[in-house]
Structure formats: C-alpha cells, structure tokens
Design a protein around this ligand. Structure first.
Ligand code: ADP
Length: 168
C-alpha cells in the first residue's frame, strides 16, 4: 500500500490544493493531508478551522484523510508509514524553495520520496495569501476556493467568527 502525505498551511485550502489532492487520490492508495500547526507563521484561521475546511473539501474522496500536526513533516511521515511526501508546484518561483525543502527532507529521511505534481493551468496564480488579501479588501474569492471556504473567508474578514466554527 502506497501512502502519501501532503503537508501545508492550508490557510485556507484553495482550489489549487484541492486539485492536487484529487489527482493524488488517484495515484496513491491513501493520501493524508497534514495541516501544519505553525506557531511561527500567523494564520488567519486556527488550525482546527483549517482542518475542518479541508475535511469538508475532501469529504467526497474516500481514501483521503486530514489531520493537524506540528513539528517536522518527516516525523509525521514516519508515524504514518508514508512513502511519499507530496507537494504542488506552480511557477518557477516555487522551485527554489521546494528543492531546498525536498533535499533537506531527504537528508532527514532518505526513504521518503518527495513527489511534485504540477498545478493545473486554471490554478497557477492561486495562493492562500493572495486570496486572503483579496477577501480582506472586500473582493469575492468565488471560483478560487470551494464554496464553503469562500463563505468562511467572507465571514472571518467581516470580523466575525464563522458560525460553522462555533459548534465545536
Ligand atoms: P506551505 O506554507 O507549506 O507552502 P501551502 O498551504 O501554501 O503550504 O501549500 C502547500 C502545498 O501546496 C505546497 O507544495 C504548495 O506549493 C502547493 N500549492 C499551493 N498553491 C497551489 C496551487 N494553486 N496549485 C498547486 N499547488 C499549490
């Protein structure tokens, strides 16, 4: 059984991330989306909110699961018994950082293979940070993120806590 782990901040998940997860779910027996609880990077959504948004986005994919993690991705991969570390690539601007990350991770865990999936042309310009900026200025993120994420973004940018997160 081949298991891939797809780590990221997912603050929030975009249609670009979702496309990578969907395509990976056809390539691997199991895909685990690891939502990084990153204390050094200030996130708009809490880690629990980000996990909830990803879970709703991938609910139609039976071999995809979602969890929060902190620390090193290689440690998560070891814990899960994953053989593949999945990342997405957009433009050449992503390459330098991703290559350094992949080579560092190979030093830490030589058996873990980093695999890059090229973004779809429709999503090449999409980034969580650009979408957050757009939403904070009152623009609509429709078509860039799943509908439930667009609603959560609009709500949080209006200054309220999304009702979806008040339950638990
Ligand atoms: P990180 O903070 O680790 O970069 P992100 O949530 O921004 O986490 O991204 C997680 C992964 O998804 C990265 O490999 C990133 O390059 C990839 N990614 C981000 N946006 C897109 C997109 N529009 N299309 C394809 N891959 C993407």
């Amino acid at each position: 059984m081949t298991k891939a782990v797809y780590p990221g901040s997912f603050d929030p998940i975009t249609n670009g991330h979702l496309d990578i997860v969907q395509r990976a779910s056809l390539l691997y027996d199991a895909v685990v989306v690891g939502v990084l609880n990153n204390t050094s990077k200030r996130a708009l959504f809490s880690v629990d909110q980000r996990v909830a948004l990803v879970k709703e986005a991938v609910a139609h994919l039976p071999n995809v699961s979602v969890l929060a993690f902190s620390g090193l991705t290689v440690d998560l991969a070891r814990e899960l018994g994953a053989q593949v570390l999945l990342r997405g690539l957009r433009t050449v601007a992503d390459f330098d950082g991703e290559m350094r990350l992949a080579l560092t991770n190979r030093c830490l865990h030589p058996d873990l293979e980093t695999v890059f999936l090229m973004t779809d042309a429709r999503h090449v310009f999409l980034s969580s940070s650009m979408i957050k900026e757009l939403a904070s200025l009152g623009g609509s993120p429709a078509g860039m993120v799943p509908e439930h994420v667009a609603r959560a973004l609009i709500e949080i940018c209006r200054g309220g806590t999304s009702p979806r997160f008040e339950k638990g």
